[in-house]
Ligand binder design. Structure first.
Ligand code: HAM
Length: 423
């Protein structure tokens, strides 16, 4: 038997229905907040992620799905969206051809070769936003507010962990401080962290294996090393978040797993669901556009893991429109059922027709299996008199309709729907 690739999921049935609704809601919210949809290809040159996300990050070093294509070009399946949107922003001269700030959102699949576990997959989906051309802390606050609005829409209890990781200038001093601090503790670090200490010491604060930020006391904090500009930005950001009414906690050890961040960095964890995993993360990346070859353009954004978001949404948040099913009980009823199906379909009613004539008992048994809330049957009498019998499966009530009285039928269904537990 051929099965799906480990860490990659199929989606169908009731879950697909709720997933689709979740995406629809997010899209509606983004469009009304003036974000435009942005789609980029799944495959990119690997150089984009090496330069954009950072060669020493786990995402690039260990988790990339990369290969040589038929012409020997080294390509990668995108592990995240920011680098691709930035590449497109530069390639299409968006900074010149469109008014700034330019606000984009995406809902798309991403690929990371991670060890699959709850909430962690090799193909996963993100909803993300990227805002270009605005350096203000207030725009960072609006970006974080956007993430919080989505979580609030779905009734999720969350906590925002906020930090500033400074800029190129002030981070250098912090880097040195971290190297000095952890060099003295080298023997107590895991092997990965010993390498990180040389290549990318901030990454140490992210390590789940030897967990240095919690194991040691007095670990230096970036916020103590911020330059005046970064410090001011961080203070104004907090004021703007208060003005947006977005609650947050300061967390000096949020460093993020990707290298492009400057100043603002944040993660959101859900307080329900028992998972320690972040449901969203993001921040400012003022150097990425120029690193990818564009002109200096400040930018900020976040991404939310849709599998994680979906797991947090209560199962009864979306209810499917109740299903109706129709059965022909004799040969004469078959074409009448065809006509009835056509009319129900034109009215966008969720209707499932079974044209193969069968006894009433069998039809009802099939209807039970499909979970239909309303069942329509055309037997010999009904066929002869132009009628159709509707049965409400919850109340067992039966009503005889003229088979052309579609509006009467729809009215009855929508009245009865209100009383249905599934609605
Ligand atoms: P990230 O923190 O790597 O940031 O990913 C964002 C979210 O994607 C995570 O908080 C998590 O919910 C979800 N996620 C990540 N990896 C997996 C996985 N293997 N399985 C399931 N869900 C996962 C970024 O990707 C940045 N591009 C965010 C950003 C946008 N920063 C600025 N703009």
């Amino acid at each position: 038997m051929i099965s799906a690739i480990k860490g990659m999921n199929d989606l169908f049935g009731e879950k697909a229905f709720r997933w689709g609704k979740m995406e629809e809601d997010i899209k509606k919210m983004m469009v009304s907040a003036n974000f435009g949809e942005f789609r980029t290809p799944i495959l990119e040159e690997i150089a984009l992620f090496k330069r954009g996300v950072g060669e020493t990050t786990d995402v690039v070093k260990k988790e990339m799905y990369d290969f040589l294509d038929k012409k020997g070009r080294h390509v990668a399946m995108r592990p995240e969206g920011t680098a691709s949107v930035v590449r497109a922003f530069v390639e299409h001269g968006i900074g010149i051809n469109y008014p700034l700030p330019f606000k984009a959102f995406y809902i798309a699949p991403f690929f990371r070769y991670e060890r699959p576990q709850k909430g962690r997959f090799r193909q996963f989906h993100q909803f993300g936003v990227e805002i270009f051309g605005d350096e203000t802390p207030q725009m960072d606050a609006e970006m974080i507010f956007t993430a919080s609005r989505v979580l609030e829409h779905f009734g999720i209890d969350y906590e925002i962990h906020l930090n500033s990781i400074g800029c190129k200038n002030c981070r250098a001093a912090y880097r040195e401080k971290l190297i000095e601090y952890f060099s003295a503790k080298k023997d107590e670090l895991c092997e990965d962290c010993r390498t990180r200490l040389e290549l990318n010491p901030l990454r140490l604060l992210d390590c789940k294996a030897c967990d240095p930020k919690n194991r040691f006391t007095d670990v230096p904090k970036m916020t103590d090393y911020l330059c005046d500009d970064c410090k001011n930005h961080f203070e104004e950001l907090q004021k703007a978040l208060h003005a947006f009414g977005v609650p947050f906690v300061l967390d000096p050890f949020i460093v993020r797993g990707l290298d492009y961040y400057t100043k603002t960095a944040f993660e959101i964890v859900a307080k329900t669901g028992g998972s320690q995993n972040a449901v969203a993360g993001g921040g400012r990346y003022d150097n990425l556009v120029s690193d990818i070859g564009g002109s200096d353009t400040p930018a900020t954004g976040f991404a939310m893991g849709l599998e994680r978001l979906f797991d947090l949404i209560p199962e009864d948040f979306y209810k499917e429109v109740p299903l109706s099913a129709g059965y022909a009980l004799c040969d004469e009823a078959v074409l009448q059922l065809v006509e009835f199906t056509k009319k129900m379909s034109k009215e966008n009613m969720r209707f499932l027709a079974d044209y193969k004539p069968k006894k009433l008992k069998k039809a009802l048994q099939k209807a039970e299996k499909t979970n239909a809330s309303f069942v329509f049957v055309i037997g010999e009498d009904e066929a002869a008199n132009g009628k159709i019998l509707m049965k409400n499966m919850a109340t067992r009530e039966q009503i005889l309709f003229d088979k052309d009285d579609i509006q009467g039928i729809i009215k009855e269904i929508s009245e009865a729907k209100k009383a249905l537990p599934a609605d």
